[in-house]
Design a protein around this ligand. Structure first.
Ligand code: ADP
Ligand code: MG
Length: 256
């Protein structure tokens, strides 16, 4: 294991890239997130777990404004998330997101999926965008599939493409929402390996996942959510071996 994947994080010298302060969110009358406080340092890797419906997806979707919060603050790289469209655009350019169901454009080739954002959002010349795309496709070991369409690829390959597509936008933070839970078991490792590579390069990552092996080897911190709150957070070592909260203990006994 390299220096950067060791499960220690020295936050003393850095400033947070994400700060969430007293944040609440409602879906209509339903109070889905309450009193969320979370500070993420540059280079920090956080795994978020918790029962289905506990608000994990909603929390990370609030970070790039796919969902709106109603109370409190979310600040990403010194930009406060508000209804200001310019700010939202800036944050979306800095925060990459990978979803459970890949969300690739089915009618575009793999290469076109990767160059669409850089060409239209970042105004990159096509040739440059294609070079960057091929670099990242190589990195996720899928360069030979560049001319194919998403439907011709396996789930694991599609998810690696989705990760490469995010990286083409040169994000400062990557959010992953259960990136391996829609995959057949034999494809989970190839996607986790790509994520471990990213971790080794020092990417700031928030990963909703129940892959405990991944959490143990890569996360600096594990958060446990229940009923819209962050109930417990700790180093993976402490979290798995010495969970404090009764709800965490119950959850772990069900999944481990
Ligand atoms: P998790 O990712 O932990 O499974 P979610 O964030 O998806 O949880 O959902 C948290 C709760 O909010 C669930 O009860 C879910 O049914 C509800 N919810 C999610 N999205 C919406 C929505 N768009 N409108 C109303 N309720 C929603
Ligand atoms: Mg979810």
């Amino acid at each position: 294991m390299t220096e950067q994947t060791a499960n220690t994080f020295d936050a003393s010298s850095s400033e947070p890239i994400i700060e969430i302060i007293d944040m609440h969110k409602w879906y209509g009358d339903f109070h889905v997130l309450s009193d969320i406080n979370l500070s993420v340092e540059r280079g920090e890797r956080i795994v978020i777990c918790g029962p289905s419906g506990s608000g994990k997806s909603t929390l990370i979707r609030c970070i790039n404004r796919l969902e709106q919060h109603q109370r409190g603050k979310i600040i990403v790289d010194n930009i406060e998330l508000s209804n200001d469209l310019k700010n939202i655009e800036k944050i979306r350019a800095e925060v990459g997101m990978v979803f459970q169901h890949f969300n690739l454009f089915p009618h575009l080739t793999i290469l076109e999926n990767l160059t669409l954002g850089p060409i239209w959002v970042r105004k990159e010349p096509k040739k440059e965008a294609e070079e960057t795309a091929m670099y990242y496709l190589n990195k996720v070991q899928i360069a030979e599939q560049a001319k194919k369409y998403p439907g011709q690829l396996s789930g694991g390959q599609q998810q690696r493409v989705a990760i490469a597509r995010s990286l083409c936008m040169k994000p400062k933070v990557m959010l992953f929402d259960e990136p391996t839970s829609a995959l057949d078991p034999e494809m989970v490792k190839e996607v986790l390996d790509v994520m471990i590579d990213l971790a080794q390069e020092g990417m700031t990552m928030l990963v909703v996942s129940h892959e405990m092996g991944f959490a143990r080897s890569v996360a600096h911190r594990v958060l446990f959510m229940d009923s819209g709150q962050i109930v417990e957070q700790n180093t993976p070592e402490e979290f798995f071996h010495n969970p404090q909260n009764e709800r965490t203990q119950k959850f772990l006994s069900q999944i481990l």
